[in-house]
Design a binder for this molecule. Structure first.
Ligand SMILES: Cc1cc2nc3c(=O)[nH]c(=O)nc-3n(C[C@H](O)[C@H](O)[C@H](O)COP(=O)(O)OP(=O)(O)OC[C@H]3O[C@@H](n4cnc5c(N)ncnc54)[C@H](O)[C@@H]3O)c2cc1C
Length: 314
Protein backbone atom coordinates (compact mmCIF):
# COMPACT_ATOMS: atom_id res chain seq x y z
CA UNK A 1 0.00 0.00 0.00
CA UNK A 2 1.22 3.50 -0.76
CA UNK A 3 2.38 5.59 2.15
CA UNK A 4 1.96 9.25 2.95
CA UNK A 5 4.16 11.31 5.23
CA UNK A 6 2.78 13.76 7.74
CA UNK A 7 4.99 16.13 9.71
CA UNK A 8 4.08 15.91 13.40
CA UNK A 9 2.98 19.34 14.58
CA UNK A 10 3.24 20.46 18.19
CA UNK A 11 2.46 23.45 20.38
CA UNK A 12 4.38 23.92 23.62
CA UNK A 13 5.67 20.34 23.65
CA UNK A 14 2.22 18.83 23.05
CA UNK A 15 1.16 17.15 19.80
CA UNK A 16 -1.39 19.52 18.29
CA UNK A 17 -4.87 18.84 16.94
CA UNK A 18 -3.44 19.60 13.49
CA UNK A 19 -1.45 16.35 13.64
CA UNK A 20 -4.64 14.31 14.10
CA UNK A 21 -6.22 16.18 11.20
CA UNK A 22 -3.20 15.58 8.94
CA UNK A 23 -3.35 11.88 9.82
CA UNK A 24 -7.06 11.82 8.92
CA UNK A 25 -6.36 13.35 5.51
CA UNK A 26 -3.38 11.02 5.14
CA UNK A 27 -5.57 7.94 5.64
CA UNK A 28 -7.41 8.86 2.44
CA UNK A 29 -4.15 8.32 0.56
CA UNK A 30 -2.62 5.26 2.20
CA UNK A 31 -0.61 4.21 5.25
CA UNK A 32 0.39 7.18 7.36
CA UNK A 33 3.97 7.67 8.47
CA UNK A 34 4.33 10.44 11.04
CA UNK A 35 7.72 12.14 10.96
CA UNK A 36 8.97 13.83 14.12
CA UNK A 37 11.58 16.56 13.72
CA UNK A 38 11.82 18.08 17.16
CA UNK A 39 14.06 18.30 20.19
CA UNK A 40 11.07 16.80 22.10
CA UNK A 41 11.09 13.71 19.83
CA UNK A 42 10.59 11.01 22.49
CA UNK A 43 7.81 12.90 24.23
CA UNK A 44 5.97 13.63 20.98
CA UNK A 45 6.28 10.00 19.84
CA UNK A 46 4.59 8.90 23.07
CA UNK A 47 1.59 11.13 22.38
CA UNK A 48 0.58 9.56 19.06
CA UNK A 49 -1.10 6.41 20.39
CA UNK A 50 -4.71 7.37 19.72
CA UNK A 51 -4.14 8.74 16.21
CA UNK A 52 -4.68 7.23 12.77
CA UNK A 53 -0.98 6.64 12.23
CA UNK A 54 0.71 3.43 11.08
CA UNK A 55 4.35 4.22 11.68
CA UNK A 56 6.54 6.92 13.20
CA UNK A 57 9.99 8.07 12.20
CA UNK A 58 11.91 10.22 14.67
CA UNK A 59 14.69 12.17 13.01
CA UNK A 60 17.82 12.26 15.16
CA UNK A 61 21.32 13.67 14.93
CA UNK A 62 20.61 17.41 14.65
CA UNK A 63 19.46 20.04 17.13
CA UNK A 64 16.09 21.00 15.63
CA UNK A 65 15.41 23.63 18.26
CA UNK A 66 18.53 25.61 17.38
CA UNK A 67 18.41 25.11 13.63
CA UNK A 68 14.73 25.68 12.99
CA UNK A 69 12.94 25.31 9.66
CA UNK A 70 15.96 24.70 7.40
CA UNK A 71 16.94 21.66 9.43
CA UNK A 72 13.38 20.28 9.43
CA UNK A 73 13.09 20.67 5.64
CA UNK A 74 16.47 19.01 5.20
CA UNK A 75 15.50 16.09 7.48
CA UNK A 76 12.17 15.67 5.70
CA UNK A 77 13.94 15.56 2.33
CA UNK A 78 16.11 12.70 3.63
CA UNK A 79 13.01 10.84 4.85
CA UNK A 80 11.27 11.41 1.51
CA UNK A 81 14.27 9.98 -0.37
CA UNK A 82 14.11 6.86 1.82
CA UNK A 83 10.34 6.34 2.08
CA UNK A 84 9.24 7.53 -1.39
CA UNK A 85 5.78 8.62 -0.17
CA UNK A 86 2.88 9.56 -2.44
CA UNK A 87 2.58 12.91 -0.67
CA UNK A 88 3.80 14.97 2.26
CA UNK A 89 1.22 16.73 4.43
CA UNK A 90 2.14 19.63 6.71
CA UNK A 91 0.09 21.93 8.95
CA UNK A 92 -0.71 25.22 7.24
CA UNK A 93 0.56 27.78 9.72
CA UNK A 94 3.45 30.18 9.02
CA UNK A 95 6.12 27.74 10.20
CA UNK A 96 4.54 24.80 8.38
CA UNK A 97 4.38 26.76 5.13
CA UNK A 98 7.99 27.85 5.51
CA UNK A 99 9.11 24.24 5.99
CA UNK A 100 6.95 23.17 3.03
CA UNK A 101 8.45 25.86 0.79
CA UNK A 102 12.01 24.92 1.71
CA UNK A 103 11.22 21.23 1.22
CA UNK A 104 9.68 21.91 -2.20
CA UNK A 105 12.92 23.57 -3.33
CA UNK A 106 15.05 20.77 -1.92
CA UNK A 107 13.15 17.89 -3.54
CA UNK A 108 12.06 19.87 -6.62
CA UNK A 109 8.39 19.16 -6.09
CA UNK A 110 5.18 21.09 -6.46
CA UNK A 111 3.56 22.65 -3.40
CA UNK A 112 -0.03 23.55 -2.56
CA UNK A 113 -0.59 25.70 0.52
CA UNK A 114 -3.67 26.45 2.63
CA UNK A 115 -5.73 23.55 1.34
CA UNK A 116 -9.03 22.95 3.11
CA UNK A 117 -9.64 19.54 1.61
CA UNK A 118 -7.73 16.76 -0.11
CA UNK A 119 -9.21 13.76 -1.86
CA UNK A 120 -7.83 10.30 -2.53
CA UNK A 121 -6.70 11.40 -6.02
CA UNK A 122 -4.53 14.13 -4.46
CA UNK A 123 -6.79 16.93 -5.65
CA UNK A 124 -6.60 19.74 -3.12
CA UNK A 125 -9.29 22.34 -2.49
CA UNK A 126 -8.42 25.93 -1.58
CA UNK A 127 -10.74 28.78 -0.67
CA UNK A 128 -9.32 32.05 -2.05
CA UNK A 129 -10.20 35.73 -2.53
CA UNK A 130 -11.86 35.97 0.84
CA UNK A 131 -13.76 32.75 0.36
CA UNK A 132 -15.43 33.93 -2.84
CA UNK A 133 -13.66 31.38 -5.06
CA UNK A 134 -12.97 27.67 -4.60
CA UNK A 135 -9.92 26.26 -6.39
CA UNK A 136 -9.20 22.60 -7.08
CA UNK A 137 -5.59 21.83 -7.92
CA UNK A 138 -3.09 19.03 -8.04
CA UNK A 139 0.68 18.79 -8.10
CA UNK A 140 2.03 17.59 -11.44
CA UNK A 141 5.75 17.52 -10.68
CA UNK A 142 7.58 15.52 -8.02
CA UNK A 143 6.13 14.37 -4.71
CA UNK A 144 3.14 16.55 -3.82
CA UNK A 145 3.64 18.70 -0.73
CA UNK A 146 0.36 20.00 0.65
CA UNK A 147 -0.21 22.22 3.66
CA UNK A 148 -3.67 21.84 5.19
CA UNK A 149 -5.53 24.45 7.21
CA UNK A 150 -6.53 23.56 10.76
CA UNK A 151 -10.14 22.55 11.50
CA UNK A 152 -10.74 21.54 7.87
CA UNK A 153 -11.64 17.97 8.82
CA UNK A 154 -13.08 16.11 11.79
CA UNK A 155 -10.10 14.09 13.03
CA UNK A 156 -10.66 10.34 13.28
CA UNK A 157 -9.22 8.29 16.11
CA UNK A 158 -6.83 5.46 15.45
CA UNK A 159 -4.89 2.82 17.29
CA UNK A 160 -1.54 4.55 16.93
CA UNK A 161 1.66 3.43 15.22
CA UNK A 162 2.66 -0.22 15.19
CA UNK A 163 6.21 0.53 14.07
CA UNK A 164 8.78 3.07 15.11
CA UNK A 165 12.13 3.98 13.65
CA UNK A 166 14.87 6.40 14.62
CA UNK A 167 16.43 7.90 11.51
CA UNK A 168 19.76 9.71 11.70
CA UNK A 169 19.84 12.81 9.53
CA UNK A 170 22.55 15.34 8.81
CA UNK A 171 22.27 19.01 8.10
CA UNK A 172 24.85 21.03 6.21
CA UNK A 173 23.27 24.28 7.34
CA UNK A 174 23.50 25.97 3.95
CA UNK A 175 20.21 27.79 4.52
CA UNK A 176 20.73 28.37 8.23
CA UNK A 177 21.10 32.09 7.69
CA UNK A 178 17.45 32.23 6.66
CA UNK A 179 16.15 31.19 10.09
CA UNK A 180 12.87 32.99 10.52
CA UNK A 181 12.24 35.73 13.02
CA UNK A 182 8.67 34.86 13.98
CA UNK A 183 7.81 35.89 17.52
CA UNK A 184 6.62 33.09 19.81
CA UNK A 185 2.86 33.05 20.23
CA UNK A 186 1.51 34.59 23.40
CA UNK A 187 0.23 31.69 25.49
CA UNK A 188 -2.79 31.85 27.72
CA UNK A 189 -5.25 29.45 29.22
CA UNK A 190 -7.35 29.44 26.02
CA UNK A 191 -6.82 27.31 22.93
CA UNK A 192 -4.55 28.55 20.17
CA UNK A 193 -6.59 30.73 17.79
CA UNK A 194 -5.88 28.74 14.62
CA UNK A 195 -6.59 25.43 16.38
CA UNK A 196 -9.71 26.37 18.33
CA UNK A 197 -13.04 24.73 17.48
CA UNK A 198 -14.87 27.76 18.86
CA UNK A 199 -13.83 31.41 18.51
CA UNK A 200 -15.54 34.45 19.96
CA UNK A 201 -14.27 37.62 18.29
CA UNK A 202 -14.77 41.23 19.26
CA UNK A 203 -14.56 44.34 17.12
CA UNK A 204 -14.84 48.08 17.35
CA UNK A 205 -18.33 47.62 18.82
CA UNK A 206 -16.72 46.43 22.08
CA UNK A 207 -15.41 49.96 22.56
CA UNK A 208 -12.30 48.40 24.08
CA UNK A 209 -14.14 46.25 26.63
CA UNK A 210 -13.37 42.63 25.74
CA UNK A 211 -14.61 41.27 29.10
CA UNK A 212 -17.94 39.92 27.75
CA UNK A 213 -16.16 38.45 24.70
CA UNK A 214 -13.61 36.68 26.92
CA UNK A 215 -16.30 35.53 29.35
CA UNK A 216 -18.30 33.82 26.59
CA UNK A 217 -15.13 32.31 25.06
CA UNK A 218 -14.23 30.84 28.46
CA UNK A 219 -17.75 29.48 29.01
CA UNK A 220 -17.52 27.73 25.62
CA UNK A 221 -13.88 26.63 26.03
CA UNK A 222 -13.02 28.69 22.96
CA UNK A 223 -10.40 31.18 21.82
CA UNK A 224 -10.74 34.95 21.57
CA UNK A 225 -10.26 36.75 18.26
CA UNK A 226 -10.39 40.41 17.28
CA UNK A 227 -10.95 42.59 14.26
CA UNK A 228 -8.20 44.85 13.01
CA UNK A 229 -10.07 47.90 14.27
CA UNK A 230 -9.80 46.41 17.76
CA UNK A 231 -6.14 45.43 17.46
CA UNK A 232 -5.12 48.71 15.83
CA UNK A 233 -6.81 50.54 18.71
CA UNK A 234 -4.59 48.57 21.09
CA UNK A 235 -7.60 46.86 22.71
CA UNK A 236 -6.33 43.38 21.94
CA UNK A 237 -2.88 42.07 20.83
CA UNK A 238 -2.25 41.89 17.08
CA UNK A 239 -1.53 38.15 17.39
CA UNK A 240 -5.29 37.66 17.93
CA UNK A 241 -6.34 39.53 14.77
CA UNK A 242 -8.49 37.55 12.36
CA UNK A 243 -8.50 38.48 8.69
CA UNK A 244 -6.50 39.18 5.58
CA UNK A 245 -3.56 40.63 7.51
CA UNK A 246 -4.16 38.49 10.60
CA UNK A 247 -4.88 34.82 11.23
CA UNK A 248 -6.97 32.66 8.94
CA UNK A 249 -9.33 30.54 11.01
CA UNK A 250 -11.89 27.89 10.20
CA UNK A 251 -13.51 26.81 13.49
CA UNK A 252 -16.71 24.85 13.94
CA UNK A 253 -18.28 27.97 15.47
CA UNK A 254 -17.26 31.61 14.95
CA UNK A 255 -19.09 34.27 16.94
CA UNK A 256 -18.50 37.84 15.72
CA UNK A 257 -19.56 40.50 18.20
CA UNK A 258 -19.50 44.17 17.24
CA UNK A 259 -17.73 43.41 13.97
CA UNK A 260 -19.12 44.98 10.78
CA UNK A 261 -17.86 42.23 8.47
CA UNK A 262 -15.45 44.07 6.18
CA UNK A 263 -14.13 41.94 3.31
CA UNK A 264 -10.67 41.86 4.93
CA UNK A 265 -12.12 40.41 8.13
CA UNK A 266 -14.29 37.93 6.28
CA UNK A 267 -11.24 36.71 4.35
CA UNK A 268 -9.94 35.24 7.61
CA UNK A 269 -13.09 33.57 8.94
CA UNK A 270 -15.47 32.93 6.07
CA UNK A 271 -14.78 29.19 5.92
CA UNK A 272 -15.92 28.74 9.56
CA UNK A 273 -18.53 25.97 9.72
CA UNK A 274 -21.16 28.02 11.61
CA UNK A 275 -21.02 31.81 11.89
CA UNK A 276 -23.04 33.75 14.45
CA UNK A 277 -23.09 37.55 14.21
CA UNK A 278 -24.13 39.92 16.98
CA UNK A 279 -24.45 43.50 15.81
CA UNK A 280 -26.76 46.36 16.65
CA UNK A 281 -26.91 47.45 12.99
CA UNK A 282 -29.26 45.13 11.04
CA UNK A 283 -27.58 46.27 7.79
CA UNK A 284 -24.06 45.20 8.89
CA UNK A 285 -22.42 43.11 6.12
CA UNK A 286 -21.41 40.42 8.61
CA UNK A 287 -25.03 39.23 8.48
CA UNK A 288 -24.46 38.32 4.79
CA UNK A 289 -22.10 35.49 5.80
CA UNK A 290 -23.75 34.60 9.11
CA UNK A 291 -25.74 31.41 9.62
CA UNK A 292 -27.41 32.98 12.65
CA UNK A 293 -27.73 36.69 13.36
CA UNK A 294 -28.71 38.57 16.49
CA UNK A 295 -29.52 42.26 16.08
CA UNK A 296 -28.70 43.72 19.46
CA UNK A 297 -26.22 45.27 21.82
CA UNK A 298 -23.31 42.90 22.45
CA UNK A 299 -23.12 44.06 26.08
CA UNK A 300 -26.64 42.67 26.57
CA UNK A 301 -26.48 39.66 24.27
CA UNK A 302 -23.07 38.16 25.16
CA UNK A 303 -23.73 37.88 28.93
CA UNK A 304 -27.13 36.31 28.19
CA UNK A 305 -25.55 33.74 25.89
CA UNK A 306 -22.84 33.05 28.47
CA UNK A 307 -25.41 32.54 31.23
CA UNK A 308 -27.34 30.22 28.94
CA UNK A 309 -24.22 28.17 28.16
CA UNK A 310 -23.32 27.87 31.85
CA UNK A 311 -26.89 26.93 32.78
CA UNK A 312 -26.91 24.24 30.08
CA UNK A 313 -23.63 22.80 31.41
CA UNK A 314 -24.78 22.57 35.05
C1 LIG B 1 -5.11 46.09 3.47
C2 LIG B 1 -6.10 45.93 4.58
C3 LIG B 1 -6.02 44.80 5.37
C4 LIG B 1 -6.93 44.62 6.42
N1 LIG B 1 -6.85 43.50 7.19
C5 LIG B 1 -7.81 43.28 8.14
C6 LIG B 1 -7.81 42.08 8.90
O1 LIG B 1 -6.93 41.21 8.79
N2 LIG B 1 -8.78 41.91 9.81
C7 LIG B 1 -9.78 42.83 10.03
O2 LIG B 1 -10.65 42.60 10.89
N3 LIG B 1 -9.79 43.98 9.32
C8 LIG B 1 -8.81 44.22 8.41
N4 LIG B 1 -8.81 45.41 7.73
C9 LIG B 1 -9.71 46.46 8.19
C10 LIG B 1 -11.13 46.31 7.70
O3 LIG B 1 -11.25 46.95 6.44
C11 LIG B 1 -12.12 46.99 8.68
O4 LIG B 1 -11.75 48.32 8.88
C12 LIG B 1 -12.16 46.30 10.05
O5 LIG B 1 -12.36 44.92 9.91
C13 LIG B 1 -13.34 46.90 10.85
O6 LIG B 1 -13.32 46.34 12.13
P1 LIG B 1 -14.69 46.30 12.94
O7 LIG B 1 -15.68 45.50 12.20
O8 LIG B 1 -14.34 45.87 14.32
O9 LIG B 1 -15.09 47.84 13.02
P2 LIG B 1 -16.27 48.62 12.30
O10 LIG B 1 -16.24 48.41 10.84
O11 LIG B 1 -16.19 50.02 12.81
O12 LIG B 1 -17.58 47.92 12.84
C14 LIG B 1 -17.99 47.96 14.16
C15 LIG B 1 -19.35 47.28 14.20
O13 LIG B 1 -19.77 47.17 15.54
C16 LIG B 1 -21.17 47.43 15.60
N5 LIG B 1 -21.45 47.86 16.97
C17 LIG B 1 -21.10 49.02 17.58
N6 LIG B 1 -21.45 48.99 18.87
C18 LIG B 1 -22.05 47.80 19.09
C19 LIG B 1 -22.63 47.17 20.22
N7 LIG B 1 -22.64 47.77 21.43
N8 LIG B 1 -23.20 45.95 20.08
C20 LIG B 1 -23.22 45.32 18.87
N9 LIG B 1 -22.67 45.87 17.76
C21 LIG B 1 -22.08 47.07 17.86
C22 LIG B 1 -21.42 48.47 14.54
O14 LIG B 1 -22.77 48.42 14.12
C23 LIG B 1 -20.44 48.04 13.46
O15 LIG B 1 -21.07 47.17 12.53
C24 LIG B 1 -7.92 45.61 6.68
C25 LIG B 1 -7.98 46.74 5.87
C26 LIG B 1 -7.08 46.88 4.84
C27 LIG B 1 -7.19 48.12 3.98
Amino acid sequence: MSSVIILVDSVGGKVSKATAELATFGKRLGDVTAVICSSDGASLASQLNALAIDKTITCTGVDFEKLSTGAVASALSDVVAKEKPVAILIASHARGKEIAGRLAVRIESGLITDAIDLDADLIATQSVFGGSTTVHSTVTHGTPIITLRGNSIEAIAGTGPTAHEDFAVTYGGADRALVNSLAPAIKGGRPELTEASIIVSGGKGTDGNFAPVEALADALGGAVGASRAATDAGWYPHSFQVGQTGKTVSPQLYIAAGISGAIQHRAGMQTSKTIVAINKDPEAPIFDVADFGIVGDLFTVLPQVRDGVIAKKS
